[in-house]
Design a protein around this ligand. Sequence first.
Ligand SMILES: [Ca+2]
Ligand SMILES: [Ca+2]
Ligand SMILES: [Zn+2]
Length: 694
Amino acid sequence: MDLWLFYVLLSGVILQIVCCLPVQELQERNEDSGIDQDIFDINEALGLNLFEGDIKLDERPERNSIIGNEYRWPHTIPYVLEDSLDMNAKGLILNAFEQYRLKSCIDFKPWEGEANYISVFKGSGCWSSVGNRRKGRQELSIGANCDRIGTIEHEFLHALGFWHEQSRSDRDDYVTIMRDRIQEGKEGNFNKYDDKRSDFLNVPYDYNSVMHYSKNAFRNGTEPTIVTNIPAFIDVIGQRMDFSEYDIRKLSRLYNCTSSLSFMETCSFEFENVCGMIQSTEDNADWQRITQVPSGPQTDHTYVGICQETGYLMHFNTSAGSVSDRAVLESRFLYPKRGFQCLQFYYYNSGSESDQLNVLVKEYTDASPNGTQRLVKTIQGSPAGYWELHHVSLNVASKFRVVFEGIKGPDGSNGGLSIDDINLSETQCPHHVWHIRNFTQVVSSATTQYSPPFYSPKGYAFQIGLLPTSSFNLHIHLHLISGANDDRLQWPCAWQQATVLLLDQHPDIRQRMSNQRSITTDPSQLVYDRPDNVGMVATFPNGTEFMRGPATEFSSFITQQRLESREFVKEDSIFILTTVEDISHLISTQPNSTAVTPTTATSVCEAYGCQNGGICILEEGKPVCRCPVGADWWYVGEKCEQKGSTQDTVVIAVASSLSIFAVMLIITIVTTSCIKKKYRKKMESLGLQNKTPL
Ligand SMILES: [Ca+2]
Ligand SMILES: [Ca+2]
Ligand SMILES: [Zn+2]
């Protein structure tokens, strides 16, 4: 804390006094120019004339492209990410694969010489063929501006055998095509197929499909070309957030899916069997399945804002009983495939500060057939009048149960601990959660809200800004900010992919359609240089100054209509989940790449000597260490010689609470004299002692 503050204050002060760079002239990066560009706009701007905007036909479309097993891929599809792809696109394609692994039985693997594979490359625009064409290398283009997860999912659904939703044989029952508003020569894009060519797999017409055109596709003026017969859906069609429930149902039917690779369990406690969870008898209390608690929550999380006393939650009452009473709730047996899991659940504390919830895993192996318990996380804190979202990373490789253990503390309680809407999947947990309460008020304020400072696993400090505009579109800004590790980090910040996700709070993770965008820092861009050099002085709510780097911004992150189309806002709260991943290993992903000659690399690298398990690679002929990173630690430095951990950067763990700012204010005051001394010393060493009026 001390060190961090020291850097923040020092960097701010140095810049104010010694400032030399023309920072104000540095341009921001706007990733979407304020326009929600769809696939068809992107391809049209490039002058492409593809079938239905983004489908590459090899010949005349056969009568039954989607129907017919010869067009199916195997459940695990071989792919190559060509080096032509933008780095951000490469990272996003892998993220899109993760969504397929979570929601369907489709998996992807790097190509190892299989007869047919998908070559994902950066062509002009975003496009794909429909189905497996069985011609060896099958191209799928993710061009400029196509680096969006919904767009990538869309193109891969074409490759898997799907046409656009509005070309279904029954589409005239659901949408009206406004012929006179279509650009001349583009009418063919609105063809529909008879049910011999395209099978809709007995799934209803889906306005929510990621395969549906938007209302403005191929329009000649300003009026929509597609009008939905149910007016409420006019702004729903054309979503590129994620698969819809029906997209997944169709994909599962086409490929006879029975299970997915990474989904494990979802439970909203709506059914009396509580998803097979069991009450322990070796404790002295039980969790109760109830609809509300007098001292809160007034309603469960599943139905909050929708219905009262309809949905159920699990509650451990701490207002009665004695200190140290325990109530244990165990999941059914779970069988991991990947060895890492993310447990997500909502939690409501109306008990006391000393009541605690422990999350444990009980692992069953040959050596311990009755299971061994391991504490993973303890949740304790002041009672709050709202549902909080928690993520717990598990790393379990054998058969296991998840265990929720409530323990009554010594303080007086009027309520207890409640949990609801649990999801468990073999995916990575997001790194940070930004909970924005009183969202209606935030929107009406129309001022930028800044997140607390967050740290990436590598140690970069960053901040998110959220700005509701007059038209209620949400703008998202990402900034690198000055942080505790800046002296030890590489600048400009290279190949860190930041993903900002607005959570769809649907209780079932498989049906969520969260809205997300990603950016990847490019070391050739000055905006990603050290915030001390290219940023501007900014202030935390407690008055502490820091340096905020230029913004990378999505000025049409989500529209109001889309915001209302899913459960993004619940209990007047939204959750923004962020993850920053180092994707520098994706620089070269081509198999048989000649860029690195292993023998040379080995000898040069051996001499270079990366420490602490760092991996040496050659960049432009020079050895570079890629340092290992854990959940809350990382190595940095030229040879990975320095260890960083969340202990050094205390801000991380508690940053989601504003209370940190109060704490920081106190420390600022206490340490001012100390910083003055340190600062003077540093100034002296820089030969600037005569310019230091602190
Ligand atoms: Ca519930
Ligand atoms: Ca019990
Ligand atoms: Zn398409």
